[in-house]
Design a protein around this ligand. Structure first.
Ligand code: GRF
Length: 201
């Protein structure tokens, strides 16, 4: 079985979209893949209870309990490795990960970022796009590397920036695309994995 572990920090709407797609897309039967666990750095993350009601193992690794970033990342990696993941999915995960963590999951660590990278890495992407007068905005699914929001791109979706848009109205339009794009990008990854190593499907 290919285990997918999803990391969240908040509501987990992207995680929920992926969980739904794993069921409706029959990932277990088609790819031998399942969502093995949802892990958050925020013990109060709403996504943890959402995952638990879907019968998915949940763990909170509270970053505030660690004085040193490397120690948090080591504890997080250990919690993830319990599930021997084929893929680690950052979904609304709001921590910058250390190079050691990224190296440990190299090649099987992906993220979703609410802009058309390489434009607008970092935070406040929607306001920055509006301030720059962009006509188009969007979302990127990419491999995670040690350089923040700069890894090889897996998928993108564009949305129009409409006259009078606020960061909130643009974020809402982009989020709808995130919920469509992330499951699609993961399914595409699973298909490539299945053809690359058919015996492990
Ligand atoms: C989303 O805007 C996503 O682009 C960013 O985190 C936000 C919340 O995601 N990565 P979620 O609802 O917790 O999945």
């Amino acid at each position: 079985m290919k285990n997918i572990v999803i990391l969240i920090s908040g509501g987990g709407s992207n995680m929920a979209a992926i969980v739904r797609a794993a069921g409706s897309g029959r990932w277990a039967e088609r790819f031998g893949a399942r969502i093995a666990a949802v892990i958050s750095n925020q013990p109060t993350a709403g996504g943890l209870s959402l995952a638990a009601t879907n019968g998915i193992a949940t763990v909170a690794v509270d970053h505030k309990a660690f004085a040193v970033r490397d120690e948090f990342d080591a504890a997080l990696a250990a919690a993830i490795d319990v599930h021997a993941p084929a893929l680690v999915v950052l979904a609304g995960f709001m921590r910058i990960l250390t190079p050691g963590f990224v190296a440990h999951f190299d090649g099987r660590l992906i993220n979703i970022h609410p802009s058309l990278l390489p434009a607008f890495p970092g935070l406040r992407t929607h306001q920055r796009a509006i301030d720059a007068g962009c006509q188009v905005a969007g979302v990127t699914v990419h491999h995670v590397t040690t350089e923040l929001d700069h890894g090889p791109i897996l998928a993108q979706a564009a949305v129009p920036v409409l006259h009078g848009d606020t960061a909130a109205t643009l974020a809402e339009r982009v989020l709808a695309q995130e919920h469509r794009l992330y499951p699609l990008a993961i399914e595409r990854w699973l298909e490539i994995e299945a053809t690359a190593s058919p015996e492990s499907a």
